[in-house]
Design a protein around this ligand. Structure first.
Ligand code: ZN
Length: 453
């Protein structure tokens, strides 16, 4: 009984048809904008009364909400949770948890989340197998459904049944604040008017800071609610950054959607790297530094980071190395463990590329990685973090559970610079080929694909 997040696609609010007046762009397609999107136009965007969903979610529509006779709200600061009769305590707990999560995100990033969030806590027999993640918003009030199976007693169970939502909700609220809250940071988003697409190349920063906030939120609640409730959606930040490298900086809202998976992770990896290299609080420092700037595009952000930390961000990324072992992994969820008869927590090995360090070390499919250099790991993200810490060493010892026994496999991590021609996590040819062509992705919304087993 758990939800598995499989796909988190793109940001619905930034795909809205903004009424942007362009003055200097003469070509169609994607052009770098210097000053075409003015502050007043950004404010116009804020004032729009729109519905963020492009596709109706199967269970939650304005009509279906009206029929659910929701009571409430149970409120905590700007978060209101509307609930079915009898769920008031549960709703209060959800509001309190999210409030705590948002506080942690604010603290980590310096992004002020001022928006009002409206949660619909809906009691169902079974949460739906899939629905689109989309925030409905009207006059800066954002709405989002959470499902609670009949008999659900605790906020932790609610969040388990709505996988990764702590992270993703925090991500959304943070990103919206970044592009629309003038007292926060004047980060320009990518916009489209007619056939003209204006790219400000801030997406790496918007997504990176937003995911960074999401991780801080999940981290904050993990002790209270348990790891299943605080599921992390982007689990290969470092390997993605090593794969994507500086092409990350040309990612924009209208890039080929195939680039998104890697770039979402890589943008988080970059923010982690910055925090790691320049000290705790560095991400916050950048956000605060950007407040004194006007019209922050990708270049302005890069310049700001270079100046603040006396660094060369592009070089930092180019020089970044992460051990590529030739190992495909999946999270071993409780359901998967049950199905496979594996009584442990860890990262499940699903693929071993021949002639790579993983193959040489003797990995086998269905091995469960339970520790790296003695440090326990419970998911792919833990493995990546542990391997990053091991970068620079010759070898890493990875402990796997195989059948009823455990064994240590010694892996050559010195070949970190090896460039495999294919990404390991996603299969298929390399997708890290730089910015894609502008194309119409008007139908895209978040997709949350939930599987219940
Ligand atoms: Zn986003």
């Amino acid at each position: 009984m758990l939800g598995i997040l499989k796909l988190c696609n793109s940001l619905s609010i930034l795909l809205l048809p903004l009424a942007v007046t362009t003055t200097a762009v003469t070509t169609t397609g994607c052009a770098t904008v210097s000053r075409e999107v003015s502050r007043s136009e950004q404010m116009h965007f804020r004032a729009l009364d729109v519905t963020g969903c492009r596709r109706e979610m199967p269970a939650i529509t304005a009509d279906s909400l009206a029929q659910m006779s929701l009571e409430g709200p149970a409120a905590e600061e700007g978060i209101s949770v509307y609930y079915n009769h009898g769920n008031d305590e549960l709703a209060r707990g959800v509001a309190q948890s999210l409030h705590k999560a948002f506080d942690a995100a604010r603290e980590a990033t310096g992004v002020e989340l001022q928006e009002a969030l409206r949660i619909y806590l809906v009691r169902v027999d079974e949460p739906p197998q899939s629905y689109d993640f989309a925030l409905r918003f009207t006059n800066r009030t954002y709405g989002f459904p959470l499902f609670a199976r009949v008999g659900t007693k605790t906020p932790a169970e609610v969040f388990e049944q709505n996988a990764a939502c702590i992270c993703l909700l925090t991500h959304e609220m943070t990103e919206m604040a970044l592009v629309s809250n003038p007292s926060c940071s004047p980060v320009l988003c990518d916009t489209r008017a007619g056939t003209v697409t204006n790219c400000n190349y801030t997406r790496w920063f918007r997504e990176g800071v937003a995911s960074f906030a999401g991780y801080a939120a999940a981290e904050e609640l993990r002790a209270d609610l348990g790891p299943e409730a605080a599921t992390l959606p982007f689990q290969h930040p470092y390997s993605s950054l090593a794969r994507v490298r500086t092409s990350l900086f040309s990612w924009h809202q209208f890039s080929d959607g195939k680039l998104n998976d890697d770039n979402y992770d890589a943008s988080l990896g970059l923010l982690f790297l910055i925090e790691n290299r320049f000290g705790k609080g560095s991400v916050r420092k950048i956000v605060e530094g950007s407040r004194s700037l006007q019209y922050v595009d990708g270049k302005a952000l890069t310049d700001l980071i270079n100046k603040t930390f006396h660094t060369d961000l592009a070089k930092l990324v180019e020089d970044f190395r992460y051990p590529r072992l030739g190992l495909g992994m999946d999270n071993l969820t409780p359901a998967l463990a049950l199905n496979k008869g594996l009584p442990v927590d860890g990262a499940l090995v699903t693929r071993i590329v021949p002639y790579t360090p993983a193959a040489v070390a003797g990995f086998e499919n269905n091995d469960v990685i339970v520790a790296v250099n003695g440090r326990p790991v419970t998911n792919r993200y833990d493995v990546e973090t542990a391997l990053l810490a091991a970068a620079g060493a010759r070898e890493a010892v990875m402990t796997v559970a195989r059948g009823n026994s455990q064994q240590d496999l010694t892996v050559d991590v010195a070949s970190a610079g090896v460039d495999w021609t294919k990404p390991l996590d996603s299969g298929g040819p390399s997708r890290s080929t730089g910015a894609g062509n502008a194309r119409d992705i008007g139908n895209a919304t978040y997709s949350w694909n939930f599987t219940f087993e």
